[in-house]
Design a protein around this ligand. Structure first.
Ligand code: GDP
Ligand code: MG
Length: 616
């Protein structure tokens, strides 16, 4: 296929606006997958699962976590065009996935649900694509629904975003019924530019290709997804990775259609996979440039490592499973370079890891993947942000682990100030809820920055907030205070001074390091009191008296004693999937030593213990 007949695009949208469904329709229409008869699928949910959402966790949650790539062929005026489609996740936690997909495409379809209108992630994803210099085509989806208001939504897009199309030109589609999707494919061919690098001259230039994704395959090792910028690559070539300077022989090249389909070569403008006999995760640096060994080239872009925002300790339920946990983490992080990994030893929990994630959802998804793909039951401590501690001598210490926070005497003699990370949040909401949302911002130590009216009904609010607050309850509070109508998204906005203190929990005078946390002084007393009440509620049936203390900056602010009672066998009652819990209990029985948190002879059943450790 000649270079001028290639089109590369990503699909971006707010979550649930229909990206994966549209990708499926595009695959069907172009014959990449067989068309499924909607009447035959009936109500069987299994059959309606999206083809590109192929991780177990994605099927379970119905969300897209990994960006997926597929090459499609579409005929227009008798000519065959090659379309490289990259389906992206919509959630903020997976922004790095969106960004890396965008780095490999030139165009973006910005999908907007005709019943929901412009939402927070619509704006955030648009901004990301716009800043990366992509051409953006807004597409209005779900026009089959009776409550669809495509014209009103087109006006909102016009008011909120800058796009190179007039609002009456925005294509209207139903990803569900397929209406308008063939016309959309024609529009992609007619209105999108071919990749700038896809020219005959570029094909004859030296090879430069961008690694934008990789995953582990048990038979072939690490599979690398590449966007070829110039030149061509074929089996047997010797290539070099710029960042690592490792040398590889290409053992397979191909395209995803959507299954791995070997090809003879990949040329400038194409997107496809390479097998390089890579064995280790550390070798596949996303954003790295590869070139032929004989013709070294400058990198396509500089690799900026993703900065994790949320940190948590991850420990095996049973200490003997540490090697298995180590393997599982290693294999999952090949697939997800946005997770940072360091070893951690906790006085309470023993040997484990401190992992960094892009957000709470990212962390949840990781935990689910540990369970579903690696059968690893873990203890995950509650998440925390990274704080900056400014010392009197001018040095700065960054810590993401409350257990490492200096004690009060050290603070008094060595530390000048503390800083915590802030974000700028974008809230999209019906006008009615503006008051409620602004008071929520105030309750969370936030600062209102700006309000824009998109039309008579919708408003966009910007506010600065501490990241720590955003990570805990803010999201659910936004939903609660707007009856579910407001959406919210945030971007990092640097560090600011903050009056931070450590909250500790002591059992019979012993601090429990896994339960300590850092808070703003104004919020710390309430946290300490809540911890004491929670522990009092779960520590019930001990053979000795248990004194529970909550401390703020070394001072006890809450105290309770649980009197000794005769041990009973009452089962802790918990919800959720019974078989999973049973498996978990069986595992934990083997690892009784895990209960040494309560080595001071305080015993808890495993599930209570686990939930104590993991809840903020
Ligand atoms: P994504 O999060 O953007 O990938 O969204 P999905 O493709 O997973 O779609 C979210 C939900 O919207 C699913 O239940 C889809 O069946 C539904 N959906 C997607 N497109 C349409 C459409 O055009 N019409 C209707 N009625 N539902 C749609
Ligand atoms: Mg999806």
């Amino acid at each position: 296929i000649p270079p001028e007949r290639i089109r590369g695009f990503s699909i971006i949208a707010h979550v649930d606006h229909g990206k994966s469904t549209l990708a499926d329709r595009l695959l069907e229409l172009t014959g990449a997958i067989a068309k499924r008869d909607p009447a035959a699928t009936g109500t069987d949910k299994k059959e309606q699962e999206q083809v590109l959402d192929n991780l177990a966790v994605e099927k379970n949650r119905g969300i897209t976590v990994k960006a997926q790539t597929v090459s499609l062929l579409w005929k227009r005026r008798g000519e065959v065009y090659l379309l490289n489609l990259i389906d992206t996740p919509g959630h903020v936690d997976f922004h790095y996935e969106v960004a890396r997909s965008l780095a490999a495409s030139q165009n973006a379809l910005l999908l907007v649900d005709a019943t929901q209108g412009v939402q927070a992630q619509t704006v955030a994803n648009y901004t990301l694509a716009f800043d990366m210099g992509l051409d953006i085509l807004p597409v209005i989806n779900k026009i089959d629904l009776p409550s669809a208001q495509p014209e009103a939504v087109a006006d909102q897009i016009d008011a909120a975003l800058v796009v190179p199309f007039a609002s009456h030109e925005f294509p209207h589609v139903s990803a569900k019924t397929g209406e308008g999707v063939a016309a959309l494919l024609d529009l992609i061919v007619d209105r999108m530019a071919p990749p700038p690098e896809a020219s005959v001259a570029a094909r004859d230039a030296p090879l430069r290709m961008l690694l934008f994704d990789s995953w582990y395959n048990a038979y072939k090792g690490v599979i690398c997804l590449m966007a070829v910028k110039t030149g061509r690559v074929r089996v047997g070539d010797t290539v070099v990775a710029h960042a690592t300077q490792h040398v590889y022989t290409v053992t397979e090249v191909g395209i995803l259609a959507p299954a791995m389909t070997p090809a003879a070569t990949l040329s400038a403008g194409q997107v496809g996979y390479l097998c390089l006999n890579m064995k280790k995760k550390s070798e596949s640096v996303v954003g790295d440039t590869f070139y032929h060994r004989a013709r070294p080239q400058p990198p396509v872009q500089t690799v900026t490592p993703v900065k994790p925002l949320v940190h948590a300790g991850v420990f095996p339920m049973d200490p003997v499973e540490l090697p298995a946990l180590t393997d599982a983490i290693e294999s999952l992080t090949v697939h997800d370079p946005a997770i940072s990994v360091a070893k951690e030893t906790s006085g309470t929990l023993g040997q484990g890891f401190r992992l960094g994630f892009c957000g709470n959802l990212h962390m949840d998804v990781f935990r689910e993947r540990l369970e579903m793909e690696h059968q690893m039951e873990t203890l995950i401590t509650h998440p925390t942000v990274a704080y900056r501690l400014l010392k009197n001598d001018g040095t700065v210490v960054v810590t993401n682990n409350p257990a490492r926070w200096p004690d009060e005497a050290e603070i008094a003699s060595h530390y000048a100030a503390f800083e915590e990370p802030f974000v700028v949040a974008t809230l999209l909401s019906p006008v009615t809820y503006v008051g409620a949302l602004l008071s929520l911002v105030g309750d969370n130590r936030g600062e209102h920055l700006d309000t824009t009216y998109l039309d008579d009904h919708r408003v966009m609010i910007k506010a600065r907030l501490p990241l720590a607050n955003v990570l805990t309850r803010f999201h659910s509070d936004v939903k609660a205070r707007s009856s579910g109508y407001a959406s919210f998204e945030y971007t990092e906005a640097g560090y600011r001074r903050s009056d931070l203190v450590k909250v500790r929990v002591l059992l019979n005078g012993e601090p429990v390091d896994a339960l300590s946390s850092i808070h703003h002084r104004s919020e710390a007393n309430a946290v300490a009191r809540a911890w004491v009440q929670r522990l009092k509620g779960v520590i019930k049936r001990q053979l000795i008296d248990v004194a529970i203390q909550g401390q703020v900056a070394g001072k006890t602010v809450a105290r309770e004693t649980v009197k000794q009672v005769v041990k009973d066998v009452t089962q802790w009652i918990y919800g959720g999937d019974r078989t999973r819990k049973d498996k978990l209990l069986a595992k934990v029985k083997r690892g009784k030593s895990r209960m040494r948190l309560f080595a001071n002879k305080i015993e808890l059943d495993p599930e209570t213990f686990r939930s104590l450790i993991s809840q903020p």
